[in-house]
Design a protein around this ligand. Sequence first.
Ligand SMILES: NC(=O)c1ccc[n+]([C@@H]2O[C@H](COP(=O)([O-])OP(=O)(O)OC[C@H]3O[C@@H](n4cnc5c(N)ncnc54)[C@H](OP(=O)(O)O)[C@@H]3O)[C@@H](O)[C@H]2O)c1
Length: 277
Amino acid sequence: MGRETSTVESKEWFMAAYAPQGVPTSDHLKLRTLTLSLGDDHIPDGHLAVEILWISVDPYLRVKMTGRKDGLDMPPFQLDQESQKAGSNVFISAAAGGVGMVAGQLAKLKGCRVIGSAGSDDKIKLLKEEFGYDDAFNYNKETDFDAALSKYFPEGIDLYLDNVGGSMLEAVLNHVNNHARIPLCGMISQYNKDCTKRDGIRNLFNMIGKEVRMEGFMIGSHLMNHFPDFVNEMEGYLSQDKMHFKHKIFNGIDRFLEGFASMFSSSNIGKVIIQLK
Ligand SMILES: NC(=O)c1ccc[n+]([C@@H]2O[C@H](COP(=O)([O-])OP(=O)(O)OC[C@H]3O[C@@H](n4cnc5c(N)ncnc54)[C@H](OP(=O)(O)O)[C@@H]3O)[C@@H](O)[C@H]2O)c1
């Protein structure tokens, strides 16, 4: 093998200080440029150098920035197949995001009635007009989540895909049907709070009489068994134009902080991605 001596500049964000609460800023994350040698002598045996072209920006990264070991660690999501009986009343929060847009469309394809919540009127329009949701509401405009859920779920909720936690989860528990399922995907409303000041859910009691099942899951635990089937199913939907996507693309690694913060301000639409080249 010949002796390569070329070098490349590589930019990386590093944590200068943990951010126990609030949206992380340039006080916590800083960008630096490193020079990497691609010479044979610099890449150990059994290793290879890769050029990254796209980066997925995901909410779970927030949990890595607190300085504590927390309960969330991996990134997209497949709605549990057994939960989606045709005709079920399905509610999805953060419905216009990376997870929500796919989960809602899958539930529609299974014949469910699907309602979503999101934080801007543009997202509500998107949910109804492009992602096929039966209805959707802007939670930032609702002063009373209980009243909103009464309006959108006159027959109660059979499945709630929780992406936000907090007061929305608490309100949902007042509207669940017997044997409702609540897969806990994420709780983004809590990520920027000091871990000792996160919201409690006061009405878990409602789960008992209605035999509700609430269960956390990590996508990484299901990839091995379900990913090939999921890929097959999605390929079918894509080839039939039954699945639509939106991406919010930020150009350049320098814009990571901006992309990351967009997920906490309702200003992103769809999956947030950084394009590096
Ligand atoms: N368990 C797993 O394996 C797994 C895997 C991937 C993702 N997740 C979780 O799934 C959720 C969605 O992830 P994603 O990648 O698809 O992100 P995303 O939905 O594309 O972006 C996050 C969205 O959350 C909403 N949001 C932000 N702050 C909020 C608040 N205080 N209250 C209510 N909504 C708020 C914003 O939309 P609005 O306009 O609606 O406010 C934002 O667009 C996150 O909780 C994430 O941690 C879990």
